[in-house]
Design a protein around this ligand. Structure first.
Ligand SMILES: *Cc1c(COP(=O)(O)O)cnc(C)c1O
Length: 358
């Protein structure tokens, strides 16, 4: 077997070693049932227990009240871009969107299919390298939508507006990474393949009281109330992906939950940013005060030397460090499961590069 690489991919992301090991056992024989996790019925007691425990763990970790329903749906965060307006936008209605990057832009495009989109602020003028501030959200909108962490540009929101309309957030790339007052968000969604588990299911936590108010006819598979009524079992759920979420959130709980992992995430990100700022050959691409603790974007001041840097990364077992094509340079995605040691290896590689060039 080849040595395990450090996976800095923006998604699918790395998972804790013990989760990979538990998963591989469960694929052969789940819990000594003589059946693989891939073949057990989604109506079996074994799976219902996994599903309910995972839903409860989500509530416990985020400390959200019983007003919330927790769902695991198909279609990725991208399908939620459409479900959100379907379920929250009134006929002929309008919703407020904060435009902080490609994902929030895509969310707006889907909402435009159903009603008016009111862009409260945008950072497009600087290729989304900052988070707009001092915008206002009018209370005559059906809801306000924002992306808490901008995976591609490496920016993250730290402040959220005080509003009287539902606040909806795409937290795909920073959910469970830091403490927030999650009860302030009426609808939270996140694709699983970054900080939750593996691709195939999308977490939705929604306050029941905001649903059923649009007067719109909603196709059943797009209707949150239908999914809630069916206990997230309207059709066959992604059993393996939900089980992965179960194992990974259990791992997180054992690490002290969100407050525990937040300390590690602060250490990892500041260690890497310090080196990017110190090293004369590199620079960060995001506005300093808006820097993401999950996706660290940076580039070489002299792009002619990219090949040398990439060779050093390869030799160190660093995988998927290339930036998104719309930003260029590099992106180190250091989600919850990236060990500190992985960040140390990357920092060492930046230092090695400096020595070679000098
Ligand atoms: C990755 C990502 C998405 C897309 O997720 P899919 O599950 O692939 O649809 C949406 N929003 C954000 C912020 C992301 O990071």
């Amino acid at each position: 077997m080849k040595a395990k690489k450090y996976n800095f991919c923006a998604g699918p992301s790395t998972l804790p070693k013990e989760v990979f090991e538990q998963l591989s056992k469960a694929v052969v024989d789940y819990n000594h049932l003589g059946l693989s996790i891939l073949e057990i019925s989604h109506r079996s007691d074994a799976f219902l227990e996994i599903l309910h425990k995972t839903q409860n763990m989500v509530k416990e970790l985020m400390q959200i009240s019983d007003d919330y329903s927790v769902l695991f749906l198909h279609g990725g965060a991208s399908l939620e871009f459409l479900l959100v307006p379907f379920n929250l936008m009134k006929i002929g209605g309008s919703a407020a969107y904060l435009d902080t990057g490609r994902w929030s832009f895509k969310a707006m495009q889907e909402a435009e299919n159903l009603g008016n989109v009111n862009i409260v602020a945008s950072s497009k003028d600087k290729n989304y390298n900052y988070i707009p501030k001092n915008y206002s959200v009018s209370n005559d909108q059906d809801y306000f939508h924002c992306t808490t962490n901008n995976t591609i540009y490496g920016t993250q929101m730290n402040e959220f507006p005080d509003i009287d309309i539902p606040m909806v957030s795409d937290m795909s790339s920073d959910i469970f990474s830091r403490q927030l007052d999650f009860n302030k968000f009426d609808l939270i969604y996140a694709g699983a393949q970054k900080n939750i588990g593996t691709a195939g299911c999308t977490l939705v936590a929604v306050k029941n009281s905001i649903l059923g108010k649009t007067g719109r006819k909603i196709p059943s598979m797009l209707n949150y109330q239908v999914h809630i009524k069916n206990g997230s079992l309207s059709n066959t759920p992604a059993v393996f992906a939900v089980y992965t979420a179960y194992l990974n959130l259990n791992w997180l709980k054992n690490k002290g939950g969100i407050s525990g992992i937040e300390k590690e995430n602060n250490l990892k990100s500041s260690f890497l940013y310090e080196e990017i700022d110190r090293n004369p050959f590199f620079e960060g691409t995001a506005n300093k005060e808006d820097r993401s603790k999950m996706n660290v974007t940076f580039k070489l001041k002299n792009t002619d030397k990219e090949q040398l840097f990439e060779e050093l990364c390869d030799a160190a077992g660093i995988s998927a460090i290339k930036g998104h094509r719309s930003v260029g340079g590099y992106r180190a995605s250091i989600y919850n499961a990236m060990p500190f040691e992985g960040v140390e290896v990357l920092v060492d590689t930046l230092k090695k590069f400096e020595k070679k060039i000098k």
